[in-house]
Design a protein around this ligand. Sequence first.
Ligand code: SAM
Ligand code: SF4
Length: 238
Amino acid sequence: MLDKFNRKITYLRVSVTDRCNLRCEYCMPAEGIKLIAHKDILSFDEIVNVCRTAAYHGVNKIRITGGEPLVRKGIVDLVRSISAIEGVDDIGMTTNGILLPKFANELKNAGLMRVNISLDTLDPDEYRKITRGGEITSVIQGIVAAQKVGLEPIKINSVVFDNHDNSMKDALKKFAKDMNLQIRFITQMHLDTGEFSIVEGGTGGDCSICNSIRLTANGFIKPCLFSDDQYSVRELGA
Ligand code: SAM
Ligand code: SF4
């Protein structure tokens, strides 16, 4: 599948829910976001159909994200269905890791290959503050569980804040090295102002080589987080 700029689209990011079990300060307000009505959230059949169509047109890599993908009921079944699609040879998930101790093994058995786990600090109190109540021990246990079942490589996504001190960045780098994890740092973005940051150690930010599209939880295909272009897969009857 080529887009209008002749770029080959091989990577689809699928948001399976807008719900989350955390409330990270940089991601959503304390009271949470206005949630998408249940009837507007794509069913598993609809998501799998879109993935199948995408794979038919050349997508071979799918990443499941959210919100928090692991709070969507039946997520393991969805992973199993997506991993069975012909042409999909890489399936990953971006998660906050809180529910990984519970799901890592089932996800691996269902065909998930790799996980990106978000972790911005190693300090339990700071983690509780940033995520508005999250327990870092669950994330660490999630990382260990993912390693144990072979969900690899594990990449840590770490947001660097406007006021971030380099000592935490260094501590996270050491943690990643000691635990044999990859790590990449994302500068905090202010989406309300349209501010965009390039991921250190990532491939984003260069539009000329971008090969990915996104499917939102309510069924819109978007070429880019920073574009207003979108179309509804339901209206297209996908
Ligand atoms: N809930 C999952 C998680 O946290 O990994 C997946 C969805 S979350 C929106 C995906 C990634 O976006 C996370 O790594 C998170 O840190 C990052 N993110 C969210 N808001 C951001 C912001 N304002 N600036 C930079 N990164 C952000
Ligand atoms: Fe946003 Fe992910 Fe944090 Fe949830 S865990 S609030 S989706 S960054």
